[in-house]
Ligand binder design. Structure first.
Ligand code: PMP
Length: 386
């Protein structure tokens, strides 16, 4: 990959140079007053990014998978019933983690590219007393966006906690933890949060924290145990030093800078920018005759586009796009893996990046022998951006 290639996969994304520079600063002692202030600021800011009035943020070294496990390990006890709203590979992963932590897991799924309807979720909730409902806001394997507020409301009505995987959503897709009544949301640094891979982030609302505190059995993980991490996070927020596991000091510098940029843009502006960029990609793909994996408009994510190859074009297209200077992702969902590709567009993404990417897709499609009027996708994107 050339240093000038544009990274347009659904994470990791292109990072802002100021974030990368922040990470290159000398590593402070994790209990120094200077670092305690930085970490404390990060925790304060995370609450604003999740639009949570009263949640408890956690930042622990680990990838998104560990973020899922943080939620599961701390909320699930052996024998608990967990309902997974399944829209793809990462929802299944959520379920697998729950099973490993002793849950009895029920999946409510749909055809690839679809999401279960509210009625189907409610029918499942009527069947038994679920401890929690696991929701993947955007499943990166299908590009399907789930109606989080709708399902969180249903979960609350049936006395279950709503737990959201926001790995491919948080800080890009609209998300309002308090207003929507979401009990826990977990994410990772390398997507719309805009920091290289390595940080697992969680915000637990009051009901999730109470459920954790009422546990009858110990957390089945030493490193994930919020019994260990909660006093640490509370101490940093109160600007006191504390230690359980050494925090990834330089990653926290990066997160502080990225959160500063996110809040300077403002959450409403950020949600709107992701919607506008996604609309431009969708317009371009439609104009080129390429079909989205999500089967209905309201299911189409704003952080990535999952798009089927057109007739006569095969799974070598992403490699052809790469020779045009843009890196996109191949398919991931096993049922359709070689039939589609994925373009990430979150975080620092600009209108210019959209045009560069659509231009590269057009040239790769032409090289693959697909016939269309060159520039038709670019024109559609430009119109949507203007
Ligand atoms: N959930 C979702 C929705 C994801 O997109 C990903 C990563 N693509 C994960 C979980 C797992 O994150 P990680 O690869 O950082 O472990």
């Amino acid at each position: 990959m050339s240093e000038r290639d544009l990274l347009m996969i659904p994470g990791p994304i292109e990072f802002d140079p100021a974030v990368l520079r922040a990470m290159a600063a000398p590593t402070l002692s994790h209990v120094s007053p200077e670092f305690v202030e930085i970490f404390g600021q990060v925790l304060d800011d995370l609450r604003k990014v999740f639009l949570s009035d009263d949640g408890q943020p956690f930042v622990v070294a680990g990838s998104g998978t560990f973020a899922l496990e943080l939620a599961i390990a701390n909320l699930v006890e052996p024998g608990d019933a967990v309902l997974v709203v399944n829209t793809g590979v990462f929802s299944s992963r959520f379920g697998k983690a729950a099973e490993l932590h002793g849950a009895e897991v029920t999946q409510v799924g749909a055809e690839v590219g679809d999401a279960p309807s509210p009625d189907e979720v409610e029918a499942a909730l009527r069947q038994r007393d679920y401890k929690l409902v696991a929701i993947t806001q955007v499943d990166t394997s299908t590009g399907v966006l789930v109606d989080v507020p709708g399902i969180a409301r249903l979960a609350a009505r049936y006395g279950a906690l709503s737990v959201v995987d926001g790995v491919c959503a948080t800080a890009g897709e609209e998300f309002r933890q308090s207003a929507w009544g979401v009990d826990a949301c977990v994410t990772a640094s390398q997507k719309a949060l805009g920091v290289p891979p390595g940080l697992a982030v969680a915000v637990f609302g009051p009901k999730a924290l109470a459920a954790f505190e009422k546990r009858r059995s110990p957390v089945r993980s030493y490193y994930a145990d919020f019994g260990e991490w909660l006093p640490i996070m509370r101490a940093y927020e109160e600007r006191r030093p504390a230690y359980f596991g050494t925090p990834p000091v330089n990653m926290i510098y990066g997160l502080r800078e990225s959160l500063r940029q996110i809040l300077a843009e403002g959450m409403e502006g950020r949600f709107a920018r992701h919607r506008r960029i996604a609309a431009a990609f969708q317009a371009a793909m439609r104009a080129l005759g390429l079909r989205a994996v999500p089967v209905r408009e309201e299911l189409v994510a704003h952080t990535l586009s999952a798009v089927y190859y057109p007739q006569g074009v095969d799974a070598t297209l992403p490699a052809k796009i790469r020779t045009q200077g843009v890196v996109v992702a191949t398919g991931l969902h096993p049922a359709i893996r070689s039939a589609y590709f994925r373009i990430g567009h979150m975080g620092t993404v600009t209108p210019g990046d959209v045009l560069v990417t659509v231009g590269a897709v057009e040239r790769a499609l032409l090289a693959a022998g697909y016939r269309f009027e060159p520039g038709v996708g670019l024109a559609a994107a430009q119109k949507a951006l203007s």
